[in-house]
Design a protein around this ligand. Structure first.
Ligand code: 5GP
Length: 195
């Protein structure tokens, strides 16, 4: 059996990456989501082992010490990392994997798995991003400024140092979904089900 393929998605916060991921995971049965470990608290509706493996800082540190993570990174004051065992087992089984990594985590990931296909999800412009973040209504002005500043930094790092074969502008969800579906079909050599 041939090894599975690696698809890595990064995005600026507010670009709609989780929605797009949810959609394509339904269309490619051989594509599995690599569930990251994190020290951040679960948000309402998030399930341990499905969205993340929610760990304490001590448990996370133990995974680092035991060399259990492919890469890890501190993002917005919390730790996030990719468990190594699950990834390797699934690739060996021939499963394709979808990963969600921040731009800096992806740089480290590339040192170990340079064959991974990178997709960067972005918005048409910064004004659109600001509008979307405001529409969510959950951010304070200070938090909003921080997220916009981080977005600009991530975007410029992704452009200058990142390895992203595909740039996906999420201007319209259905259009972006269709484009992402095409990219994944090409990268994995598999046909989507259900359109
Ligand atoms: P959130 O807390 O909104 O779910 O995720 C925050 C950020 O952490 C996002 O940019 C996401 O891509 C990133 N992230 C999630 N899992 C991992 C991981 O395993 N490794 C790295 N480096 N970043 C991750």
């Amino acid at each position: 059996m041939s090894r599975g393929k690696l698809i890595v998605m990064s995005a600026v916060s507010g670009a709609g990456k989780p929605t797009l991921q949810g959609r394509v995971l339904k269309k490619f049965p051989n594509l599995q989501y690599s569930v990251s470990a994190t020290t951040r608290a679960p948000r309402p509706g998030e399930i341990d082992g499905v969205h993340y493996h929610f760990l304490t800082r001590d448990e996370f540190r133990k995974m680092i010490d035991e060399d259990g993570l492919v890469e890890w990174m501190e993002v917005h004051n919390n730790f996030y990392g990719t468990p190594k065992k699950f990834l390797e087992e699934k690739l060996e089984e021939g499963k394709d994997l979808l990963l969600d990594l921040d731009v800096f985590g992806k740089l480290n990931f590339d040192k170990i798995y340079p064959e991974g296909i990178g997709i960067f999800v972005t918005v048409p412009d910064m004004a659109t991003l600001e509008k979307r973040l405001r529409a969510r209504g959950t951010n304070t002005e200070e938090d909003l400024r921080l997220r916009l500043k981080n977005a600009e930094e991530e975007l410029s790092t992704a452009k200058s140092r990142g390895k992203y074969e595909h740039w996906l502008v999420n201007d319209d969800l259905d259009r972006a979904d269709a484009e992402l579906t095409r990219i994944i079909a090409e990268a994995t050599g598999r046909e989507p089900i259900g359109g």
